[in-house]
Structure formats: structure tokens, C-alpha cells
Design a protein around this ligand. Structure first.
Ligand SMILES: Cc1cc2nc3c(=O)[nH]c(=O)nc-3n(C[C@H](O)[C@H](O)[C@H](O)COP(=O)(O)O)c2cc1C
Length: 218
């Protein structure tokens, strides 16, 4: 089977973190979330050790409680950032992040990717292998959602209250929450391509600092 790489590239280039364009009024079925989790579970994991779990929060009272803990961490973060907004794009991201934070409890579903164990006291190799075994699936989940017209936003601000959220949701303290994704259908058609530095600017050849244009290809 050949892929339509133009379409695949378009999916990869325009899958954004969605906040202002989340439709808070349209339900997202459990079925479609499970379908996307099934796809996301195909992402790589070190030694094929399947220690990832997902928690979908649907109950309005629990969503409110998680949203309140999110805001408890987000508000001081936003206030500190207000003093140091670097440019117009940073200001837009901040305004969008505030919008989502204020309405977090209204999202149709919150999805929390989890991995068994804790690694905060482990060496770098262990941490890299451990996070590398769970985070690729989170991005796959976002892509699978997006190709079904569903937006999501990768958030981590609630993790300042990870233990409280854990207690609220009955997550054992031996389990790590790696993110929290509010999920909802998005409004409008597509998304613009995120501006990022070109590959030639962020890639070195053979040695650190050796730019692509400065070395002939063998
Ligand atoms: C690891 C990680 C943590 C993030 N945490 C938050 C967060 O807590 N709240 C939020 O609104 N956005 C969060 N974001 C979204 C970023 O702010 C987002 O990537 C930025 O707005 C750029 O958006 P774009 O990638 O869609 O262009 C996070 C993104 C990543 C990758």
C-alpha cells in the first residue's frame, strides 16, 4: 500500500494544539476515544514493555475538580509569563492558554496518559527510555483524533498538583501522569502550518555546530 504523503504531511504539518477552536457543546463518544487509543498504542515502546494506561475523565464533577487544580497551577504561571512575553506569537499562545484554562471544566472529555512506575529519581538513560515509551503514543493519539475532526491540547500544568489529581481519580502513587489532554471536536476547517525554524537551521552534520550548507555530502 502506498501512502498519499501529501495528505500525511498535511496532517503532520497542521495538527495543532487546539484551545480556542474546541467545540465545548459537542460530545465525543467513548468509542472514538478508544479507537484512537488503540491506534496510539502502536507507538514504539522500549523493549515492547506495555506499561502505559489511559484514563478518560467524563464525569462533570470530576472534570470540574481537575480543572480547578489545573487553574490553581495555571494562574500563577500565566501571571509570571505576562511579565516576559517575548513577541506577538507568545502573547497569542498565552491568550489561548488562558481561554482554555478558564473553560477547562467544560471540555467534553479529558484524557490522561499514564505509565506505571515513577522515574524522578532514575538516571537520564532510564528517564529517556521511560518517557520515550509513553510520549510517542500521546502524539499518535492527537494525530488519530485530528484525522477524525477532533482537536486536543497537550497540557501539563495540572502536574503541579499531580498527587491531588491522582487522589481524586484513584490513580496509585506508583503511577505517573505524563500529560492531560482536553479533547473536543474543532470548529472551522483546517489549521495553518505552525511557524518553526527550518531544518537547515536546526540540523548539524557530523559535528555539533557544523551547518548543513558548510559540509559537502559524501
Ligand atoms: C510538553 C508540553 C506541555 C504543554 N503544556 C501546556 C499546558 O499546560 N497548557 C496549555 O495550554 N498548553 C500547553 N502546551 C501547548 C503549547 O503551549 C503549544 O505547543 C503551543 O501553544 C504551540 O502550539 P502549536 O504547537 O499548536 O503551534 C504544551 C505542549 C507541550 C508539548
Amino acid at each position: 500500500m502506498e501512502f498519499d504523503h501529501v495528505q500525511t504531511d498535511q496532517l503532520l504539518l497542521t495538527t495543532k494544539q487546539v484551545r480556542k477552536r474546541l467545540d465545548f457543546t459537542r460530545a465525543v463518544s467513548r468509542e472514538v476515544l478508544l479507537e484512537c487509543i488503540n491506534i496510539a498504542s502502536r507507538a514504539p515502546m522500549g523493549s515492547h514493555v506495555q506499561r502505559n494506561k489511559w484514563l478518560i475523565v467524563e464525569d462533570p464533577a470530576l472534570k470540574l475538580a481537575v480543572a480547578e487544580l489545573y487553574r490553581k497551577n495555571a494562574e500563577p504561571y500565566f501571571e509570571a509569563k505576562d511579565q516576559a512575553l517575548s513577541d506577538e506569537r507568545a502573547a497569542r499562545v498565552q491568550s489561548s492558554a488562558r481561554y482554555l484554562s478558564d473553560r477547562m471544566h467544560e471540555v467534553p472529555a479529558m484524557v490522561i496518559p499514564l505509565r506505571l512506575d515513577r522515574v524522578e529519581h532514575s538516571d537520564m538513560g532510564t528517564q529517556a527510555g521511560w518517557y520515550g515509551s509513553v510520549l510517542p503514543g500521546v502524539w499518535s493519539f492527537q494525530l488519530a483524533l485530528r484525522s477524525r475532526g477532533i482537536g486536543s491540547c497537550w497540557t501539563t500544568l495540572h502536574l503541579g498538583s499531580e498527587a491531588e489529581v491522582g487522589r481524586l481519580l484513584g490513580i496509585p502513587d506508583t503511577v505517573t501522569q505524563v500529560a492531560m489532554l482536553p479533547v473536543g471536536y474543532y470548529t472551522g476547517d483546517t489549521f495553518s502550518v505552525t511557524p518553526r525554524r527550518p531544518a537547515e537551521e536546526i540540523t548539524f552534520i557530523d559535528r555539533w555546530g557544523q551547518t548543513v550548507g558548510s559540509v559537502a555530502q559524501p
